[in-house]
Design a protein around this ligand. Structure first.
Ligand SMILES: [Zn+2]
Length: 160
């Protein structure tokens, strides 16, 4: 039993231990997303994203349900967000005083969405958005690298 406990713990951490999977968890912390939204938001091939989602699902970190044609993903347990936030706190402590620590700390603040990602429409807070771009003197914010990349290839398509 003693051994099993540590093994189970390690299994769970293994499922978390990938930058893209942590990014998916961050995207899901505010609201459930359909799989096509997740494809839009991440700058990765769909097969790759599906694989990450499968790892998270197998580990019981996310759950999914079918809604008509869509598959909706959400976090299975709010404690996952707490756990990733705590680990981020370790990084903040470690890099205290540096710009990186400020950035890490900023993105942990409560999200108070005030702008929309022009590509996917997600509500974001400018102070916590990880990606931004300037277009004709206006600042735009993005949920993730995929949306930023799309915007940069054809900004005029997303700006009214
Ligand atoms: Zn987006």
């Amino acid at each position: 039993m003693y051994e099993t406990m540590f093994e189970l713990h390690a299994e769970l951490l293994k499922a978390l231990a990938h930058p893209r999977r942590l990014e998916i968890i961050r995207l899901l912390r505010d609201k459930p997303l359909c799989v096509s939204d997740i494809y839009e938001m991440l700058d990765l091939p769909q097969a790759n994203i599906s694989q990450h989602l499968m790892v998270l699902r197998d580990a019981g970190i996310v759950t999914c349900e079918r809604n008509g044609k869509q598959i909706i993903y959400c976090l299975a347990d709010a404690n996952i967000v707490k756990a990733t936030d705590l680990l981020r706190n370790v990084l903040i402590e470690r890099h205290r005083g540096s710009e990186l620590a400020e950035h890490l700390a900023l993105s942990m603040q409560e999200l108070t969405p005030v702008v929309h990602d022009p590509v996917c429409g997600m509500r974001l807070s400018p102070c916590t958005a990880n990606f931004s771009a300037d277009f004709h003197g206006r600042q735009f914010y993005f949920c993730a690298s995929g949306c930023l990349k799309k915007f940069k290839t054809k900004p005029e398509a997303y700006v009214n």
